[in-house]
Design a protein around this ligand. Structure first.
Ligand SMILES: C[S@@+](CC[C@H](N)C(=O)[O-])C[C@H]1O[C@@H](n2cnc3c(N)ncnc32)[C@H](O)[C@@H]1O
Length: 315
């Protein structure tokens, strides 16, 4: 689904949003939220208007390029019509597809990688080894900044009992294991003997092998076999996307109060935003993202870290 954005410099963004919502409400579905954001829903697409300091931010999504152009032209015409006292400059970005967006600008992304605690030699060598041994699959490995985030979260939670769903060659397991409190253990779940053989080697080299229990087999079976009691301090879900809702459920019921579940890839490369993608894993991920917001057992936040990371903390 294509989208386009515009950031219009103005000292009166809220006023323009109110005018657009009130005026266009006669012809399209127009809503003004309590926080001042406006939504205009046309037959062809939707325009979301957000006031920010000195700026009006607009994003239009539509089913196709033609619909995008129609909504864009109508919104621009009306906005300029209201701006009799301001000289507004409305410049829309080139239409882009929802599944190839940069969640964070590439230059910022690169900056983030170099502005967290540096990866040590073992992690750096594991990146190279994974690329050589697994080719394209190496893209599944968490990035260095996400790994640093995991270590930080494990430490902040004071975790002694951690679970990981999706080990691959062990990068995230090392990051989790390194953050564990004295005597802590990580239950690491995966189906692949081949990939986890590399993980085992690097767990040894990182000096964390003695605190990791690897279970080979479908993770859902491993989780269901755990005692049904609140014993998990932190869990990281990064495996087959279609089973995320099931993993989430089995983990949340076993999280201790204050425990944290961390879910990776919740944007699915931008496809969660785009209703054109209707494969099972797209549907399941959207369903889970919506469910977590409503789940009264947890408080949650979704972070634009790499491909989207949700943190859900048990109340
Ligand atoms: C995205 S990778 C994990 C990457 C890893 N966290 C890292 O940082 O390198 C997904 C992993 O999930 C595993 N996996 C896929 N389906 C699974 C299942 N049903 N149960 C357990 N693991 C599964 C795959 O074998 C793969 O190693």
């Amino acid at each position: 689904m294509p989208y386009t954005t515009a950031h219009v410099a103005t000292a009166r963004p809220s006023r323009y949003i109110k005018q657009l919502v009130s005026h266009m409400g006669n012809r399209v579905t127009a809503e003004l939220a309590g926080d001042g954001r406006g939504t205009l829903t046309f037959g062809q697409g939707t325009c979301v208007l957000t006031p920010s300091r000195g700026r009006l931010d607009m994003i239009i999504t539509a089913a196709d390029a033609e619909g995008l152009a129609t909504v864009r032209d109508v919104v621009t015409r009306h906005l300029l019509g209201f701006a009799t006292q301001d000289e507004l400059k409305v410049e829309w970005t080139e239409p882009a597809a929802g599944d190839c967006m940069d969640i964070v600008a590439p230059v910022a992304s690169d900056y983030l990688l170099t502005h967290c605690t540096p990866a040590d030699d073992v992690l750096q060598e594991l990146v190279v080894r994974t690329r050589e041994a697994t080719g394209d699959a190496s893209g599944m490995q968490v990035s260095h900044d996400e790994g640093a985030l995991l270590t930080m979260l494990v430490r902040l939670v004071g975790a002694r009992r951690a679970v990981e769903v999706g080990v691959f060659t062990g990068y995230s397991s090392i990051c989790i294991a390194r953050g564990l409190a004295e005597g802590g253990r990580l239950l690491a779940c995966d189906v692949s003997d081949e990939w986890t053989a590399i993980a085992r080697e690097y767990w040894e080299r990182a000096g964390v092998a003695d605190r990791i229990d690897l279970e080979i087999g479908p993770a859902i079976d491993t989780l269901r076999a755990l005692p049904d009691e609140p014993s998990i301090d932190i869990a990281f879900i990064d495996a087959d996307k279609v089973n995320y809702p099931a993993y989430y459920e089995e983990i949340v019921r076993r999280l201790r109060p204050g425990g944290l579940v961390v879910l990776d890839n919740v944007f699915l490369g931008g496809r969660v935003f785009d209703p054109a993608f209707q494969e099972e894993h797209h549907i399941e991920m959207r369903r889970l993202n919506d469910l977590i917001v409503r789940d009264e057992r947890v408080e949650s936040v979704m972070l634009p870290v790499r491909d989207g990371v949700t943190l859900a903390r048990k109340r």
